[in-house]
Design a protein around this ligand. Structure first.
Ligand SMILES: NC(=O)c1ccc[n+]([C@@H]2O[C@H](COP(=O)([O-])OP(=O)(O)OC[C@H]3O[C@@H](n4cnc5c(N)ncnc54)[C@H](O)[C@@H]3O)[C@@H](O)[C@H]2O)c1
Ligand SMILES: [Zn+2]
Length: 365
């Protein structure tokens, strides 16, 4: 299949449906896509101090050439800025610029920018349109699709937010060429997640194309981002508000989040922690008879071969237990774990005996 010309899929959510466009060097398509989406003649681009110098002037230029008036806001870079204070800054800027209900926002950056800009768009004037131009692998395969937006609170991550779907998503895989290696590999962990719990054939594809993926081959990245978005769209179409099946996307995240919290979000990227969490999840899946030890080993092998760590950092069982209990996915005393059924399937497993699970993961007393 020749995809170099770019391709498009749709997230089917009735009146809130939207396209995701994939291509190489396709930022120039923004004005046309904006017109097709019925967006108005004024846009505010929100990005950060790292991504802005790389891509913002190109975005401004193509929009202005396309007859769209623009203003841009450069925010500081980092998850530590993902809080309500920064939302206030975005809103202050929109008011200074005289933005109205027809003004649309462009989230140009990774998941942090996407989550914040989406949330600002959800609440400014009770909702203005926004588009996602994700520039990290994680954002291109996960956070830019599905309409979850929000910020952190001092007592926990993503505690404040709203569902607000973008008007379209533009995935330009050429932007991944400037992404630091660790960020890229972290995104790759989320790519693997889709294969492990939703599509065994895709997992085979990833195994076969590991070299091209690690080399950031553009054609392979087009296939990869597109398949992940198709799978995410399928999940979101079935369960937009995470009342059931959308939980599958938390595969590897229970222990992943625990690792992030225990290391104060400093030692590992999100994807690195999720990779460890996924290796642990395969062990638990094997324990429950959901997959063979050979399948668990297949997952571990690809994680290690790509340069991600497979071992959980050595905290005590008590520390892991407390970190897991703090995670917001505990419901009525039971923790719902996402297990892999073979490779390519999943099962949501309620668990009450957390210690037994920690045992299986090799977390001692
Ligand atoms: N809304 C959702 O459904 C959802 C899903 C998963 C994760 N998230 C959120 O996403 C966030 C993580 O996103 P992330 O991993 O993209 O992190 P990020 O946005 O912090 O980006 C990682 C780093 O890469 C830099 N960067 C981005 N694009 C670049 C490029 N093309 N070239 C060079 N540098 C670039 C960023 O400035 C940053 O320093 C978290 O806040 C998480 O909660 C949201
Ligand atoms: Zn994740």
């Amino acid at each position: 299949m020749d995809t170099t010309a770019g391709s498009v899929i749709t997230v089917g959510l009735g009146g809130r449906s939207y396209p995701i466009h994939f291509g190489v060097d396709i930022l120039g398509n923004l004005p046309r896509l904006a017109r097709e989406a019925g967006l108005g003649g004024r846009a505010v681009i929100v990005t950060n101090e790292t991504v802005g110098p790389l891509y913002c002037s190109a975005v401004v230029e193509v929009l202005e050439q396309g007859g769209i008036r623009t203003a841009s806001l450069l925010l500081p870079d980092g998850e530590e800025h993902k809080h309500l204070g920064t939302i206030q800054r975005i809103i202050d800027f929109l008011l200074e610029q005289g933005a109205d209900r027809r003004t649309w926002l462009v989230a140009l950056g990774g998941g942090v920018i996407g989550d914040m800009v989406g949330f600002a768009a959800a609440v400014f004037l009770r909702g203005v349109p926004f588009v996602q131009v994700p520039t990290t692998l994680l954002a291109q395969v996960d956070s830019s699709v599905g309409g979850k937006t929000g910020v952190n609170h001092p007592s926990g991550k993503n505690l404040i937010g709203a569902f607000h779907q973008p008007r379209f998503v533009l995935v330009d895989v050429a932007t991944l060429m400037t992404l630091p290696e660790r960020e890229y590999l972290g995104g790759f962990a989320e790519v693997l997640k889709y294969g492990i719990v939703l599509d065994g054939t895709f997992f085979d594809y990833i195994e076969e194309h590991q070299r091209q993926i690690l080399d950031r081959d553009r054609e392979t990245l087009l296939q990869l981002t597109r398949r992940c978005c198709e799978l995410k769209a399928m999940v979101v179409e079935r369960d937009e508000r995470e009342e059931g099946m959308r939980a599958v996307l938390n595969y590897g995240h229970t222990l992943g989040h625990a690792v992030e919290a225990l290391t104060a979000y400093r030692s590992y990227t999100h994807g690195e922690a999720v990779a460890m969490g996924m290796v642990a999840a395969t062990r638990v899946s094997a324990h429950f008879g959901c997959c063979s030890t050979a399948e668990a080993e297949r997952v571990r092998r690809i994680i290690v071969a790509s340069g991600l760590a497979d071992r959980l950092p050595p905290f005590s069982r008590d520390e892991y237990r407390r970190a897991i209990l703090k995670d917001k996915k505990m419901k009525e005393g039971a923790l719902t774990l996402v297990l892999n059924e073979g490779i390519g399937g999943f099962r949501l497993q309620p668990v009450t005996d957390i210690d037994a699970i920690l045992d299986v993961c090799g977390i001692g007393g």
